[in-house]
Write a protein that binds this ligand. Sequence first.
Ligand code: AR6
Ligand code: MG
Length: 321
Amino acid sequence: MYNELSHKIAEARMGEWTFVSKFLGSLLGTAVGDALGAPFEGWYRVGLEEIESVTERRDILVYTDDTHMMIGVAESLIRCKGFDGEDMAQTFVRNYELDPFRGYGPGPPRIFRLIRSGEPWDKAAQRLYGGGSYGNGSAMRVAPIGVFYHDSLDRLGEVAYKSSQITHAHSLGQEGAALQAYAIALATNLEPSSSFSRSDFLAKLSTYAKEDIYRQRLSRVATLLTEQDKAKIVAELGNGIEAFNSVPTAIYSFLLHHDSFSKAVLYAISLGGDTDTIAAMTGAISGAYLGIESIPDSWKGKLENKPYIEELAKKLWSLKS
Ligand code: AR6
Ligand code: MG
C-alpha cells in the first residue's frame, strides 16, 4: 500500500503536488505548532527569543493531546474513507487508553469512559458541563477534516459539527471546530504564491458563523490587523482554553503573518495562555495555505512521530485523487 502511495505521489502533476503539500502542511503544521507551544502553556506572554532558544535546546519536539487526537481523526477518516462517528469515537478511546499522558483536558477522558461503558458516541458528551463542553478540544484536532473536505464545504460543516459532538457538544464548541475547519479549507483552496484578500477570507468565515460571539470576534480580527499591542489582542480575542477565546486568535495569527509559517506560529505562542493549542490551530491553517515546504526543517526534523503523520496526510490525499 505504501509503495503504491509513493508511486502515486511521484506521479502527481504539479497542481496535484500542491494539494499533497497542503495536506502535509496542515497535519504537520498542527503537530509542530502544538509541540513548539507546549512548554509555554499558561504563560502570560512569551518572548520570541525565549521560544527559539527553548526549541533549539530540545532534541525531540514532543506533541500533546492536540496532535494525538488529530492523528485519531485522520486514522478514522482513512479507515472509513470519510466520517463515521462511531469509528472516530472508538479510535479516540483506543488511542487515549494506549497513551493517556498527553495532557488531555479534563472532559475527554470522562467521555471516553462513558463511551467505553456503552454510552452512544453522539450522546455521551452532552452529559458534561450541563449541556456540553465549549473547550477548544474539538477545534484543535480538526485539520484532517479541513483538508479532506476542502472541496465540499457543506459536508465539511456537517462533519466538523458531528466530529465535535463526540467530545464537545456545546454549540460554541461545535462552531469553534467548524470555523477552524472552514478556515483550513479556505486556506487549502488558496494559491500560495498569489496574494489574497484578508477581508474576503474573514467575510467568508463571518457568513459561516452563526453564534454572535464568533461573528463579533471575527469582525474585530479585521480591525486589529494593524494593532501592535499584544495585550489588546488578548483582551479582545482571548488566549484561553475555550473555543471562542482561541479559534479567532489562531485565525488572527495566521492572517497577520500569512506569508510565513514560522512567524505566524511564533506570534501565536508569544500571546501566552493556551499556547500549544493556539499555535497548533495557527499551524494547521498556515500549513494548509503555504504547504509543507514552509515549515522550517529545523522544526520538522525534530518532530516526534513525523513519518507516521506524513503517511496519514498522504493517505488522506490519495483518497481524494
Ligand atoms: N461551562 C464552563 N466551563 C467550560 C464549559 C462549559 N460548558 N466547557 C468547557 N469549559 P474540556 P478540552 C472549560 O474539559 O476542550 C489541553 O490542554 C472548563 O474549564 O472539554 O479537550 C489541550 O491542549 C474545562 O475544563 O477539554 C487544550 O488546550 C475547559 O473549558 C485543552 O486541554 C476545557 O474543556 C483542550 O481541552
Ligand atoms: Mg492546549
